[in-house]
Design a protein around this ligand. Structure first.
Ligand code: KQY
Length: 364
């Protein structure tokens, strides 16, 4: 495996849309007690459900720290591959590699620097050194060359692409002080264009209300296919989410993509506010440097944080009346895929959701 000095754009590699075919998906196993309640036990059960749901559609590899290796092997079904990948936490969408592909079907990995969503400015835990090596290890496991960006911080959950030259991201996240504060918006856009082979970046403003990632796009909007975007929505004007979603709706409805198309925007309603209970809060260890989980805090619940698998959509449910509505909307958006809901409160309690705990490998 080589580390390359060129860029994907110069070499003719592009990031495919998530809706394109996959070779498989990676997940990391949850365990840290200052993020996951009760020593990670409830979250581990939910991660098993996510792995089972996705494994109906494509190969699933779960990376695990050594001290949880036997436990993960025992809890996961035998069609799921378990490998040792040291990590600080289980958000492989963010610390894992972003894969790019050329028209011969060769894959390469883009290995961004990871700093736990804001480093020492407003990062969510310390340290993050093992997480920052996860992308390199994925490139090794997949036997692909990689591009490493030592001076550019990015998480996979902060970008979505249409595979045809367009990217969506939020200013709240990509222009945040804890990431690439030394770079201008134009310089950030140039780096994205070079490393993902893009022609156009559509800048949304903010992500889901109270999202601790500084508003990752993967919780608020996604490309269903080129020319079509799904947007987290509420009709409740008294909810702070309304203004955020409306601002993004206006941007998307007035945008054109890299091919000059107007976008079709479909609304996916958020559930009622999901708050941390006293019991849930008490189950999380308090650790200096880790974002605390306080009773009553509103979690960043959104159905948009779903995973698009080969022939399937695996979406989070919240035991909310909107779960059914979300399933219906997703079924209309993806008529050729099976829609599978997984009860995901335990992932949400950790600060993200199903999309955040997955990273696909494109089909080569
Ligand atoms: O949503 C994500 N992409 C990750 C959230 C990280 C939360 C750490 N507590």
């Amino acid at each position: 495996m080589k580390t390359l000095n060129s860029t994907p754009k110069k070499d003719g590699f592009r990031m495919p849309g998530e809706f394109e075919a996959h070779k498989g998906v990676y997940i990391l196993w949850p365990q840290r007690p200052d993020n996951w309640r009760n020593g990670g036990k409830p979250a581990q059960k939910t991660f098993v459900e996510v792995a089972k749901a996705i494994s109906q559609f494509e190969h699933v590899t779960v990376g695990v720290n050594d001290d949880q290796y036997d436990n993960a092997c025992q809890m996961l079904p035998s069609n799921v591959e378990v490998v040792e990948i040291s990590n600080n936490d289980s958000w492989i969408r963010d610390c894992g590699a972003t894969f790019v592909k050329n028209d011969k079907g060769t894959l390469r990995a883009v290995d961004w620097t990871f700093n736990a969503w804001g480093g020492l400015v407003d990062g969510l835990y310390f340290p993050w050194d093992k997480d920052d090596r996860v992308a390199h290890k994925m490139a090794e496991l997949e036997h692909v060359d990689r591009y490493r960006l030592n001076d550019f911080i990015l998480e996979g959950g902060s970008i979505h692409v249409d595979g045809e030259g367009t990217l969506i991201a939020t200013e709240e996240c990509l222009l945040s002080k804890g990431r690439n504060a030394q770079l201008s918006k134009e310089q950030i856009e140039e780096i994205l264009k070079e490393y993902l082979n893009l022609d156009k970046v559509i800048w949304l403003k903010r992500g889901i209300y109270n999202d601790e990632t500084n508003g990752h796009v993967d919780n608020i909007a996604n490309f269903v296919k080129p020319g079509e975007v799904v947007l987290a929505w509420t009709d409740d004007k008294s909810d702070p989410q309304y203004e955020i979603s409306k601002e993004n709706l206006d941007i998307l409805e007035n945008a054109t993509d890299a091919k000059g198309r107007k976008l079709k925007v479909v609304k996916l309603h958020v559930p009622s506010p999901v708050l941390i209970t006293e019991e849930e809060s008490k189950g999380v260890d308090a650790v200096e440097g880790t974002l605390p989980r306080q009773e009553g805090d509103r979690l960043a619940a959104s159905y948009v944080n779903y995973y698009t698998a080969n022939g399937g959509i695996v979406f989070p449910t919240f035991n909310d009346p909107m779960d059914k509505e979300a399933e219906k909307t997703l079924a209309e958006l993806y008529p050729d895929r099976k829609i599978v809901g997984v009860s995901a409160r335990e992932i949400l309690l950790g600060g993200g959701n199903i999309h955040c705990i997955t990273q696909q490998i494109p089909q080569n």
